[in-house]
Write a protein that binds this ligand. Sequence first.
Ligand SMILES: NC(=O)c1ccc[n+]([C@@H]2O[C@H](COP(=O)([O-])OP(=O)(O)OC[C@H]3O[C@@H](n4cnc5c(N)ncnc54)[C@H](OP(=O)(O)O)[C@@H]3O)[C@@H](O)[C@H]2O)c1
Length: 296
Amino acid sequence: MNTNNNNQQFSIIGCGRLGVSLAVFLSKQGFIPKAFSSRSIESAKKACESVGMGRVFDTPIQAAKASKLVFITTPDTTIEPVCENLSKQGAFDKDSIVYHFSGALSSGILTAARKSGASTGSIHPLQAFAPYESGQDSPFKGINMSIEGDQKAVEFGKEIVNALKANSFTIPTEAKTLYHASAVVASNYLVTLEHFALELLMASDMSQKDAYEVLEPLIMGTLNNIKARGSVNALTGPVARGDDEIVSKHLKDIDKKLPQFSDLYRLLGQYTLKIASQRGEISNDAQQKLGKLFKF
Ligand SMILES: NC(=O)c1ccc[n+]([C@@H]2O[C@H](COP(=O)([O-])OP(=O)(O)OC[C@H]3O[C@@H](n4cnc5c(N)ncnc54)[C@H](OP(=O)(O)O)[C@@H]3O)[C@@H](O)[C@H]2O)c1
């Protein structure tokens, strides 16, 4: 399949943050927005005005029937029921390609469309989208976007991502949940971890702003080391050196002054010890001593 056929024409069901940006920036690359539908007619009209092309429809079924390429950009919890409703009403056939853009859910939730003969896939941009503002730069440019689904949907998905000037990578459908968990750990839990570090420093009467400024070069340097050397080789510090005396001092102070963090420090220590052990640089004796310290 290539983009020189009427698969270039597309419909948006769900005119929110992602749907509008998708329509705006695909339309700048030769894709033709034919139809917009949303829960409220106001959102659909606003999307259509932002793009400057296409038609507003009162119902998702009318919009979905207007083109063979259908993007369901409603919130995660509504994608499956929206797809089921559209399928029940005969929106899709063997020439249809249906995508959603959730990171947490796989193309499996589009089964109803697949049963109607459509190709189905999910495309997930690793990016946070704000409401579209006229004249803004593309939030897709240069970002990474995962694609999974059936072969036709994956191949056409690559063309879509390419048109958005983003980088595509494919994942197996059954890996979608772990892929999303990975993104949550990489982003959300990194915030959690840095919040934890700030709290330890703020316990010495430092403001959050000052604490962040003190730690920032260390945080950025560590990210650079992971990039340059990989996560196992980037590990430094007392656990990587097998220094149980220092770790023991940390724990004594945390247990006494900030006991709410005792379990978290120990749990992270257990996992860090596993990484350090992979390098084979710390003695068995040090590993055992550290393992004992990190036990709950
Ligand atoms: N925003 C992000 O940063 C981001 C990043 C990656 C992936 N995604 C994914 O993109 C998808 C959309 O997220 P979003 O952030 O764009 O959400 P959003 O801003 O809340 O927009 C969702 C839109 O869907 C419309 N809608 C809700 N229920 C509907 C229904 N039953 N039928 C038709 N339209 C309906 C809403 O209606 P009205 O406005 O008409 O009331 C709203 O305009 C989700 O799958 C999300 O996981 C979002």
